[in-house]
Design a protein. Structure first.
Length: 263
């Protein structure tokens, strides 16, 4: 198994003549302060999107914020990107459980305000959106930012629309070094979903934890009371039906997801 090189991690997919941009999530005040005052942003390397390279970062604020929540209002130029362990990024937390974990650090120029806020009227939980600066400057809703919607993105939108308490690119409590395309915590265990399509193929073990093989992942999930669904192809309605059946088999959705938290 080989980890992705920096060229792969920082890939871009802009349209001809357009400027690549990446929408990233800001879900706590400490990270937003670093962006505002220290001019840098971090992404865990194991959760970095396939297209992580960008000339600009734009910031989607979660429900943790008041005025800015569920919208994009600010963006900043990317000056440089480097990979560093967490303890070097945040030296005053040397005992943090992820002190040795690697992160992408984006060094940024000054924040700039978008001409108008870009709200998310339907999709509340946003992680990363590879897009272009031109789309950011003209969009009137977050849903207009995707350059092209993959099956993974369409499934994420549908999970939100149907009220599933899902997380994208998430880990599971008890299995902290693996990440899955989607996880849905349930009353009894939960359901992990992976799409075996190109860039998302088996990211739960191939990128995050070299020692794991597919059989190991399955046995670990079973031990924790979880099941894993893998889809090579299929329509969004048919995949949603399979997910709903699996969630029902685990006692229905848990109202307060217990996922790996903290950055």
């Amino acid at each position: 198994m080989e980890h992705r090189g920096m060229h792969d991690i920082l890939g871009t997919d802009p349209s001809a003549g357009e400027t690549p941009a990446l929408v990233v999530l800001v879900n706590n005040l400490a990270d937003w302060r670093r962006v505002q005052e220290e001019h840098w942003y971090r992404i865990p390397l194991r959760r970095a999107p396939r297209l992580a390279g960008a000339a600009y970062l734009a910031f989607y604020h979660s429900g943790a914020f008041e005025e800015e929540r569920w919208s994009i209002r600010w963006y900043a130029p990317v000056r440089s990107v480097q990979v560093l362990p967490r303890h070097m990024l945040i030296p005053d937390e040397p005992a943090h459980p992820r002190a040795q974990e690697l992160y992408l650090r984006y060094d940024l120029g000054p924040l700039e305000a978008l001409p108008a806020p870009v709200p998310s009227r339907r999709l509340r939980r946003v992680t990363f959106i590879p897009t272009t600066l031109e789309r950011l400057l003209s969009a009137r809703d977050v849903s207009q930012l995707w350059i092209k919607q993959s099956l993974r993105e369409r499934l994420w939108v549908e999970l939100n629309r149907q009220g599933f308490h899902a997380e994208m690119d998430a880990g599971i409590e008890g299995l902290p070094d693996a990440a899955f395309d989607f996880v849905v915590p349930c009353e009894h265990g939960g359901v992990a979903v992976d799409l075996e399509q190109g860039e998302t193929a088996g990211r739960g073990y191939r990128e995050a934890l070299p020692a794991y093989a597919p059989a190991d992942i399955a046995s670990e999930l079973q031990r924790l009371g979880w099941s894993r669904l893998c889809f090579e192809r299929g329509s969004v309605p048919s995949i949603m039906q399979r997910i709903r059946e699996a969630v029902d088999a685990h006692g229905g959705m848990r109202l307060r997801p217990a996922l790996t938290a903290g950055r």
